[in-house]
Design a protein. Sequence first.
Length: 275
Amino acid sequence: MAEPARSGPNLTFAYLSGAAFVGALLIAAFFIAFADRLAFITSALYYVLLMPIALAAAAFLFGALRSHARYRGQVAKGTLELGGPVVVFAMVLLGGLLLANPESTANLTVRLSGSDGQEIVSEGQVVLDLGDDRRTRAVGPDGQVTFAQVPLQFLSGEVGVIATADRYRMKRTGPFPIPPSGVIEVEMERIPDETSVSGTILGVAGPIAGALVNFRDGLVTTRSDENGNFSAVLPFAEGAVVPVTVLADGRTVYDDNYVVSETTGLRIRLAERGP
């Protein structure tokens, strides 16, 4: 005798429970993939979120697929027997409890700040060195990076932290002790703007060697070589205007302003010297 076809409501329930099951699996995969970025989720909230996943699994397996499961064990002086969706629901919750093991890990936060303690460094990345486990995370807009599920064995001493950010450098290197608050403060200092410049000093008879090139009243000085070439690193960004003087044979032979540029060299051609 042929099995009667399922009615419309049964198919509707199968589709809904199947969609809920697939959605629960996608949510679970999301939590696994981005566990370190979801550090704000506490253990209590974790289990609250785990319950609908367990219910969706039980509804789909036993309501739509007509699966069967049974658990039997001794409790006190009697026998405990559980069947159907209750078993799957309990297995998901107990499995989450055993796999999560929240007692063996904790969160660790690294906060980047400027030298004055007020400026927030909201870019770059932080590397946390946990022995063979090296983790890299991007700095958030609040200047912080939170590393989730750090084993407690690393939270009782010092850890290696490497912070990098554009135009900043760490004021001191690690390792860093972990305070009771679980927040490591890393002080960053600005790297001053620097531009490498070069140029040539030429006279009427050719290159001038040994000429003293003076930028910004002695802030940076350099001398030309036998081919009249010179180079220097100026503590200014490109486009800055700085005064330049050139001394040859003990007297000033050039005095003018220079627009700092790494690509456009400073070519100085001296006129014939008077008597």
